[in-house]
Design a protein around this ligand. Structure first.
Ligand code: ATP
Ligand code: MG
Length: 571
């Protein structure tokens, strides 16, 4: 591709609309442009990178024996009513009516559509196992679309669904997909980790997320350096060491704490460490208030709370509810004397002695609070986020916390959808049984963004070779006949070898060409300039290492061919 004829609107400055690096760089590199909140157009360079991810995903899914389909984006409400998700999916599901007043939605995921297809066409155990997949547009009306492709409303996903005769066979499909995901992200050249995950709204019994490791990731991963245990924050079990305290219980006392509210301020004011404070959080759990006690230096995890109480929905109570229950302004709730509400606690609160709580009164706290002497707790659960230094629930080694971007998700669904929708088959004995399902997603467009979050420097993107929109950028520094001629020969020779080459033959200054090449992150620069005029030599410069090698034009072609083919495993 000749750059003078390419559509590559690069930007010198960081666009104001972008907060994270991948978003900034994709805009600056002319890969994407925003149409509306969370909705983007792919320009030619961006589309090439997207296609690279798609190609790897498609090849590996095919290799695993999965079969590609293409399912409709527009879906009738009736299907979603069958599984109850028309009412339960919430506002991420964009609903609308057609001209005949029939309800439809834009597909945020395709369990209903695929289960409907399979229940109509598959009858016998002989047709199973079956894994179907597609690479297509999804729409989710995300509450906070942000970070460009990272959390869009319209985005590209690979979704796959497995259908099996029983749990054991379903387990096999799950393993196969798990291994396929490992192959996919390895081929993408990304550093990643598979972690245990919550099964959330989609339901099911086991789930792993595939996380691309990056400082800027939205997700936190807890992992054990010794035994390999790894889980996201929602799943990572907090092992609370029995509170060590053998202090004698001191008499309960009310202290005035004028104007001090936050954990840090109260701790400082009373001269105690934050771990001696117990926060009382009032939540609405499926609409009913619950008081949750959690140590001052710990954070509540809402997914753990939802799971512990078997609830569908948990949310922080509004100020009015808090004030009605505690008879005090928000910020002073405490368990002593609190009535008319369930009180539960995180495990780390168990055995604490002489701690501080709110006093259900403005500008006051209790000190030397003790359980069960001063109040009751209905039950203890694991409700908090693990923190650095918490011990591995499997082997007791201190856990490490790292950040990641969720690019893939595998789920065991069991028979949730097949039972709700009557997707059954006849087994060997002619008995009718529900199919056992799994579902498997990869955020294809998010993977492009994640690759950039993990691979960039102050000059721009550093593409892993397998995802690079072009493998080589040929820079001609000058416009005279000789330089153009040898460049054209190089360009043709590289293309003849099957390499993907972008030729910057624009009449621009060398500085501009190098800047653009670094910004768009092409793995190899092939430079034809002064050195060619003097010595007949060209230079190959690697984007990642900055290493420069000098060759004759023929040697350069051979070198690049070998490098690219061996790195892509086709050597
Ligand atoms: P998240 O927790 O990030 O909202 P999710 O659990 O809703 O993700 P899944 O329903 O498992 O995601 O979707 C499968 C994959 O699709 C995810 O692993 C992610 O890579 C991608 N994905 C999900 N939501 C978005 C989005 N809004 N924009 C881009 N990619 C997304
Ligand atoms: Mg989501």
């Amino acid at each position: 591709m000749r750059l003078s004829r390419y559509f590559l609107p690069t930007l010198r400055e960081d666009p104001a609309e972008a907060e994270v690096v991948s978003h900034k760089l994709m805009l600056r590199a002319g890969m994407i442009r925003r149409l509306a909140s969370g909705i983007y157009s792919f320009l030619p360079l961006g589309l090439r990178a997207l296609r690279k991810v798609e190609k790897i995903v498609r090849e590996e899914m095919d290799r695993a024996g999965a079969l590609e389909v293409l399912l409709p984006l527009v879906q009738p409400a009736e299907l979603w009513r069958e599984t109850g998700r028309w009412d339960h999916f919430g506002k991420e599901l964009l609903r609308f009516k057609d001209r005949k007043d029939h309800d439809f939605c834009l597909g945020p995921t395709h369990e209903e559509v695929i289960t409907d297809l399979v229940r109509r066409e598959v009858r016998s155990y002989r047709d199973l196992p079956l894994i179907l997949y597609q690479i297509a547009t999804k729409f989710r009306d995300e509450i906070r679309p942000r970070f460009g492709l990272m959390r869009g409303r319209e985005f590209i996903m690979k979704d796959a669904y497995s259908f099996d005769v029983d749990d054991q066979a379903a387990e096999k499909s799950y393993r196969l997909m798990y291994e396929t995901y490992e192959r996919i992200f390895n081929r993408c050249g990304l550093r990643f980790r598979a972690v245990l995950a919550d099964t959330g709204a989609i339901g099911g019994s086991e789930s792993h997320e595939f996380m691309v490791l990056a400082e800027t990731g939205e997700d936190v991963i807890a992992s054990c350096p010794k035994c390999g245990y790894a889980a996201n924050l929602e799943m990572a079990e907090a092992v609370s060491r029995e509170a060590e305290e053998d202090e004698a219980e001191k008499p309960l006392e009310r202290k005035a704490t004028p104007g001090v509210k936050s954990v840090e301020d109260v701790a400082a004011f009373l001269g105690v460490p934050a771990r001696k404070l117990v926060k009382t959080l009032i939540y609405l759990v499926d609409g009913r208030p619950v008081a949750i006690l959690i140590r001052g230096d710990h954070e509540l995890n809402e997914v753990k709370l939802r799971r512990a109480l078997g609830a569908e929905q948990v949310e922080m109570a509004d100020a009015e509810t808090v004030e009605r229950l505690t008879q005090a302004p928000v910020g002073f709730a405490g368990p002593v004397g609190l009535s008319g509400v369930r009180v539960i606690a995180d495990q780390a609160v168990r055995g604490l002695k002489n701690f501080v709580t709110g006093a259900n009164e403005a500008d006051a706290h209790y000190v030397n609070v003790n359980h069960p002497r001063d109040f009751e707790i209905e039950a203890f659960y694991d409700l908090r986020n693990v923190t650095e230094g918490d011990l591995c629930p499997r082997c007791g080694t201190p856990l490490e916390l790292t950040r990641g971007i969720e690019v893939g998700h595998v789920f065991k669904l069991g028979t949730k959808y097949s039972e709700a929708m009557g997707a059954t088959f006849l087994d060997e004995k002619g008995r009718e049984r529900p199919m056992v399902m799994g579902c498997y997603g990869i955020g294809v467009s998010r993977t492009v963004a994640a690759a950039i979050e993990q691979n960039h420097d102050e000059h721009g993107i550093i593409w892993p070779l397998s995802l690079a929109p072009f493998q080589v950028i040929l820079l001609t520094l000058g416009t005279d006949e000789d330089l153009m001629q040898v460049s054209e020969n190089l360009y043709r020779a590289l293309e003849a070898e099957g390499l993907e080459v972008l030729w910057d033959e624009r009449p621009e200054r060398p500085g501009v060409k190098f800047k653009d090449a670094d910004l768009i992150g092409i793995p190899y620069k092939l430079v034809v300039g002064k050195r060619f005029k003097k010595e007949g030599q060209v230079e190959v410069k690697e984007r990642r290492s900055g290493e420069t090698r000098t060759f004759s034009p023929e040697e350069a072609v051979n070198f690049l061919k070998d490098e690219v083919k061996s790195a892509l495993g086709q050597g």
